[in-house]
Design a protein around this ligand. Structure first.
Ligand SMILES: [Zn+2]
Length: 235
């Protein structure tokens, strides 16, 4: 009897542990598990939910297309370094100014929600040759992706997908991204796990372009504004 009680106790504890913790390397994009897909990779449950949403949209004559899903640390580092080079060399911005320009839309590698495979950027599949698709105006009335956007506004949350960077004027951090949806049932768990880690130390130890300019106050503001000031429904 006693053995059984002890066994059940450990079973409950390990179940609780697995529900509340996520491997650090997965959170920061340095390792992956549960991903499906080839060029577009999604976390398993996110993939299932997305397929349901995609089919429902199709029945309504709306054709969804994911342009970006899981992105690993190295890929995000490449994006970051390229932008930093461009902003400091081509546009001659001071390093700190370049960094504040980059973080209007792009994350510091290791802190991207795209590392999780739960977050996706969605456009309309009817415009395969359109360039520069992730532009807010294209999702507004009279924009190319307005039809998709209106459908998502009405239906995405039913399938578990919530906007991460909303149009709330009081929200700080990343600008409004009408295309960026997050699968809440999994990403909320990842989010809670990420903010429990020593994010300051993680960001401080990064070796990327311009990281020598990440001082204490910058890092603190980045965590509070860019990582934590998201749609409250996703927390
Ligand atoms: Zn995105």
């Amino acid at each position: 009897m006693r053995t059984l009680v002890v066994f059940l106790f450990f079973l409950i504890c390990s179940e609780f542990y697995s529900q509340t913790t996520v491997d650090l390397d997965i959170l920061i994009g340095k390792s992956q598990n549960n991903l499906v897909g080839d060029s577009i990779k999604l976390e398993t449950s996110t993939h299932k939910a997305y397929k349901k949403m995609e089919a429902a949209a199709k029945r309504d004559g709306v054709f969804l297309k994911i342009v970006s899903a899981h992105r690993d640390y190295e890929r995000q580092k490449l994006i970051w370094n390229k932008k930093y080079e461009k902003f400091t060399n081509e546009f001659s911005l001071e390093p700190k100014k370049a960094i504040s320009e980059i973080i209007r839309f792009s994350t510091i590698p290791g802190t991207s929600r795209h590392h999780w495979g739960t977050d996706i950027d969605i456009i309309d599949a009817n415009f395969p040759n359109e360039e520069n698709v992730l532009v807010s105006e294209k999702f507004e009335k009279n924009g190319l992706f307005f039809k998709v956007k209106s459908w998502l506004d009405k239906n995405s949350e039913y399938f578990g997908f919530y906007l991460a960077y909303t149009n709330d004027k009081k929200r700080k951090g990343f600008e409004f991204e009408p295309w960026h949806y997050s699968y809440k049932p999994v990403s909320a768990k990842y989010y809670r796990a990420l903010i429990k880690t020593d994010l300051k130390k993680i960001i401080k130890s990064l070796n990327i372009n311009g990281s020598e300019y990440f001082d204490q106050s910058f890092i603190e503001a980045y965590i509070v504004e860019n990582i934590m000031d998201i749609n409250p429904d996703l927390k």
